[in-house]
Write a protein that binds this ligand. Structure first.
Ligand SMILES: [Zn+2]
Length: 190
């Protein structure tokens, strides 16, 4: 088992297996939200409450523009499902999370996450997937993946719950040394 490092084994057991199991059930709904009463008037922006559609569009536009100026433009136009109710969020298996990005399938924003910094955070995860690859991204340290999303989204919270506060601090000092232009090439070495 020389080629299977402990880190890879851990990722396989704790990340890939549950993720695959989850993929088999819930994301079918992300791919086909129409099946569960979600409307997507524009293919990539979906809502469970049409009265909040303009709000969702504004958050989507702000998020993509922000990420483009902060890092680089997304290659894709990611699908984002904005849930205004817990019932909707549960349908997509959000659980205790505020929002989640499921590889390239799409992002689900829960009722607590209709805020610009949450949407930017998820868009940063989409960009990470594009630049690093969805599977290689699973092998990157949390201080890079989550630290980048919390830091560069300009999340206004002074202190985040751990481990995210430490992730953000570690990312900030790394990013100060690396800079925007070399972030993806430097990330390959992590
Ligand atoms: Zn995150």
């Amino acid at each position: 088992m020389k080629s299977l490092s402990l880190k890879r084994l851990v990722v396989l057991i704790f990340v890939i297996v549950p993720l695959t199991a989850w993929f088999l059930v819930k994301p079918v709904r992300v791919v086909a939200p129409g099946l569960v009463g979600i409307s997507c008037p524009q293919e990539n922006v979906c809502v469970d409450d049409m009265t909040r559609y303009q709000e969702a569009i504004s958050l989507y536009i702000e998020g993509t523009a922000f990420v483009a100026s902060k890092l680089m433009p997304l290659r894709s136009t990611p699908k984002v499902i904005f849930c205004s109710t817990i019932t909707c969020a549960e349908t997509f298996g959000l659980g205790a999370r505020s929002a989640v990005t499921v590889a390239r399938f799409g992002t689900v924003v829960g009722p607590r996450a209709w805020k610009n910094y949450y949407v930017r955070h998820e868009m940063i995860h989409v960009l990470q997937g594009e630049q690093i690859g969805v599977i290689p991204l699973l092998l990157k340290p949390s201080w890079f993946v989550e630290g980048m999303a919390y830091s560069l989204s300009e999340d206004p919270r002074d202190t985040l719950a751990e481990p995210f506060e430490t992730d953000r601090k570690l990312f900030r000092s790394w990013y100060q040394a690396i800079g925007k232009d070399f972030v993806w090439s430097a990330a390959k070495e992590l």
